[in-house]
Design a protein around this ligand. Structure first.
Ligand code: PHB
Length: 178
């Protein structure tokens, strides 16, 4: 992984997640992105011709590695960690790190471990019962740049995963139109 991509993953790990101020944020363009309850992949796809996913890492972590907060949101579970960068027309837009409890990777959800370059949202929101809750936001400084991030819990067939997303400097969230 290139140094700059590793920096983004580390910035996500260090983020200080906070409950959003819904009333204030809902009125802003950033808020439309940060508070999106449906598929972020769909929203990004609408802003480019080709959206690509590069998998930076895929590994398992024991339940002792989870923070108290992650444990509250996911349960006391060993997890698969998926780290990706999404690019719109070859420009890196989003770095995402997802914790998928092993108990989520069962039955019809086993394929989530093998998504490769298929975006997670495309797979999850294919299912009518997919939903998102526990949205939190963070301001992250990375390489001297102030960036926006969010963390949210996705449910598929009533099984959770925790998705952290860092909007990279050229992401549409920061652009006038988008
Ligand atoms: C992923 O494929 O892991 C992924 C894609 C889009 C997101 C988050 C995660 O917004």
């Amino acid at each position: 992984m290139s140094d700059f991509k590793r920096l983004y993953v580390e910035a996500l790990l260090a983020a200080n997640w906070e409950a959003p101020d819904w009333q204030q944020l809902e009125k802003t363009k950033e808020g439309e992105w940060l508070l999106e309850r449906h598929s972020m992949t769909e929203r990004l796809k609408a802003c480019c011709s080709t959206l690509t996913v590069e998998v930076l890492g895929l590994h398992e972590v024991g339940k002792e590695v989870l923070s108290d907060n992650e444990r509250d949101l996911l349960g006391d579970q060993a997890c698969l960690v998926r780290e990706v960068v999404l690019s719109g027309d070859d420009v890196p837009w989003l770095c995402a790190r997802t914790l998928v409890p092993m108990s989520t990777l069962t039955e019809r959800e086993q394929d989530i471990a093998d998504l490769g370059a298929v975006p997670l949202g495309q797979r999850v929101f294919n299912q009518a019962n997919a939903r998102r809750d526990a949205i939190e936001v963070a301001h992250v400084v990375c390489e001297g740049q102030a960036l926006l991030a969010r963390r949210s819990r996705l449910w598929v067939n009533d099984k959770p995963m925790l998705v952290s997303e860092l909007f990279l400097p050229h992401a549409p969230i920061y652009q006038e139109e988008g």
